[in-house]
Design a protein around this ligand. Structure first.
Ligand SMILES: [Zn+2]
Length: 361
């Protein structure tokens, strides 16, 4: 019997225990998700989820800025990202470099801009410096020496002489008018230098210059003791087949005032060598322009005349340049200086170069 009671009590206990376990289990049944419980708790805490509720609140309250702010925020974050992309754009860097260059240019500018003019200097200094860079090119430009000399023959005729041939000769081929074979020429009123001395010195310097530029040079005379008539001078050029016949003289009048250079050229009505007029005119203009440019001498222009027997007898392009007035004291002294003579020679040689270039020979 005791055993039955014990069994009953045990079963009772078991039943109670089972019931207790069941109660515990059912108690947990309210939250079968287990670990999710804290999540629901969190949701309940975040229930004021901004997404819908805040949007509704903003719409109701009309806080457009807030809604806009939330939207553009991500955009604004992207914009700064694109922003730096444009910032690194090296474009501003080259600009800075370009600004630095002009700063360096004016540095070299002062070298040329010795003038105290301030504002215009930098502007002019820019171009000169830019030009000074290619400057060496124009200096090398004369290298078209192939166009310059090329071995072509230039006959230089230093006017007059200390030994003047006597007699006369026709003014030109077939001319009945006669003219003295030559004259003594003029004389420096300040220096006392004779025209034939001055022009021979300049002609010899010109010979060297033209030779250096690639020309072949022939002189009608190389000494003040040579006796040569104007017709003979021209025949020297004709017989040699010269490309150009350059005659060197200096002016002289009774007044000390006249000054400046001029070139004597045959006229278009020249009865002796009319076919050479166009070439003579081009040569004359090239000479007077280059000469005055190189020397700064007053330009008296090209004078057309058919009274020069030496020009009339020339069958090749010819021009007679009057370097200046030896009867003008200042010009007389100037023409005797070595520096000015170098300029005169350069001017004449440049004129010949120009003529040769335009002549396309
Ligand atoms: Zn003369």
């Amino acid at each position: 019997m005791i055993r039955r009671k014990r069994r009953k009590s045990l079963t009772a206990y078991l039943l109670v225990a089972v019931l207790a376990i069941c109660l515990l289990i059912t108690g947990c049944g309210n939250s079968p998700e287990g670990d999710a419980a804290p999540l629901t708790a969190g949701r309940n805490a975040v229930e004021p989820i901004p997404a819908e509720e805040l949007a509704l609140r903003y719409e109701k309250a009309g806080d457009a800025e807030n809604t806009d702010i939330s939207v553009p925020e991500p955009v604004s974050l992207e914009e700064p990202l694109t922003g730096p992309e444009t910032e690194p754009a090296a474009i501003p860097e080259p600009e800075a470099a370009a600004e630095a260059e002009p700063e360096q240019e004016p540095v070299s500018g002062p070298d040329t801009g010795t003038v105290s003019e301030s504002e215009t200097e930098p502007e002019t200094a820019l171009t000169p410096t830019e030009e000074t860079v290619p400057a060496p090119e124009p200096e090398e430009a004369p290298q078209p020496a192939a166009v310059q000399g090329g071995g072509r023959l230039i006959v230089i005729d230093p006017g007059h002489s200390a030994n003047i041939p006597s007699g006369s000769e026709p003014l030109g081929p077939g001319a009945t008018e006669m003219k003295a074979k030559d004259a003594v020429g003029t004389r420096g009123t300040a220096t006392g230098v004779m025209e034939y001395e001055l022009v021979l010195n300049v002609s010899l310097l010109l010979q060297n210059e033209l030779t250096a530029r690639g020309y072949t040079v022939l002189m009608t005379r190389t000494s003040n003791s040579d006796s040569v008539s104007c017709m003979e001078r021209a025949q020297t050029a004709n017989n040699a087949g010269a490309s150009v016949f350059i005659r060197i003289h200096a002016d002289g009048v009774d007044s000390p005032s006249p000054h400046g250079a001029s070139v004597l050229c045959i006229s278009s009505a020249n009865p002796y060598t009319p076919s050479t007029y166009a070439a003579c005119r081009r040569l004359s203009e090239a000479l007077i322009s280059s000469y005055c440019a190189a020397t700064g001498c007053y330009n008296r222009g090209v004078v057309e005349t058919d009274a020069m027997s030496g020009n009339n007898w020339s069958r090749v392009p010819t021009a007679l340049i009057e370097l200046g007035f030896m009867t003008n004291p200042e010009e007389d002294v100037l023409m005797s200086s070595a520096d000015y003579q170098a300029k005169m020679v350069k001017g004449i040689a440049d004129g010949i170069d120009i003529y040769m270039g335009t002549a396309g020979q």
